[in-house]
Design a protein around this ligand. Sequence first.
Ligand code: LLP
Length: 428
Amino acid sequence: MSIRYIDNKLCIGQESIELEGIVGNSSQPLYAYDWDEIMERLASFRAAFKSEPEVHYAVKANANPEILRRFAQMGIGADVVSVGEILQALNAGFPAGKIIFSGVGKTREELEFAITEEIEQINVESLQELERIADIAKRLGKRARVGARINPDVDPDTHPYITTGFRENKFGMDPSFIPELLAILEANRQHLDMKGTAIHIGSQLLDVDCIVEAVEKTIPIYQKFQRHGFELETFDVGGGLGVNYHDCDNSAVWDRIRNYGALLSDRLQGLGCRIFCEPGRILVGPAGVLVSEVQYIKRSPFKNFAILNTGMHHILRPSLYQAYHRILPLLQKTDSAEEVYDVVGPICESSDVLGKDRKLPRLEPGDFIAIADAGAYGFSMASFYNAHRFPREILVEQGKWKDVSQFTSQVEGFRWLLNSTYFPAGFP
Ligand code: LLP
């Protein structure tokens, strides 16, 4: 559990550091990540399997350079979806030989870079992509290691925007593609090294059975490639395990991780393959919070609005998926009456709502609140829309914290702002 109240003050980390202390005098929104919690989650995830899987952290979940650097140092791999993410991974110290490249729209330049760098595996999502890879590898005189991402047609119970393994989703290849896939592989044996199969059926999955079903549907496909003389090695089960956004009781999540590891180990045992997995949210989601200052309380005849200095530009999940995140004041005012608020951001969009009809102790301008479980798909989905500054980023570890703020490529296009005399030094 990453955050909890001690003496009515919201604290983070095993040693319970007060978030108010981290905020200090700054009113700039901040993300705080609990490294100890991330480590605990990674250990539980690995331990759930009968023999250790090869973890490839999904960089898109949280690409903070310090977090990536630490993962790389531990020897785990990275799952990436663009040349930008390959660069983020390489810069953080992941060896090319431990990077898996997924994604439906890989460009020629991206593939050329990945093949030149000899990354571990390119998970191919279409026949045309496989042909493109073969052409590039031939031209470069290289052999590209590929996996076939299968669309197993399962319909997990999650938000439709984060379902990927249903037949109507753009991801992966329908089994009907296999004869042609085999033909392309056959014709390009010199340039394509067929390593394995891959799936990723969606994110925030609370039902392990549908992941198991997808694995079961993919095993015969793996075997089919083997029968055609390809020496497959890797079975990539993707990511997708969900977390509990509604309260801090994680017992069901731990049970789910154990169940997931046990069932997948059992199903894949007979194949004698290396198990690749690509967890993102389950490792970092509950380990992060976004802290923000209340700017105004607007009481209209119809609604109370708590207006923050953070919003959909820093945490898009509530606006995009109507996702629920707990909203907690940094200081618990025990004697104060409760009020119902729409907790909103400053962005000029009516969808910039972080929590609708939330019952909270009466808030005042200048109060600070935390948006819980924001470690995954928080900062990584932040944008420069409306040109607000990005949040600071803080890493907490064993009772200490340090600033690990990043200026990602998102601000590169706005270099002129950095040079502008209008903004205070250090912006954004
Ligand atoms: N592997 C692949 C190929 C993926 O596309 C993803 C996530 C993962 C692994 C990691 O999935 P995870 O273990 O984190 O569920 N922005 C959405 C989530 C989108 C996930 C996209 N793909 C959200 O905020 O809920």
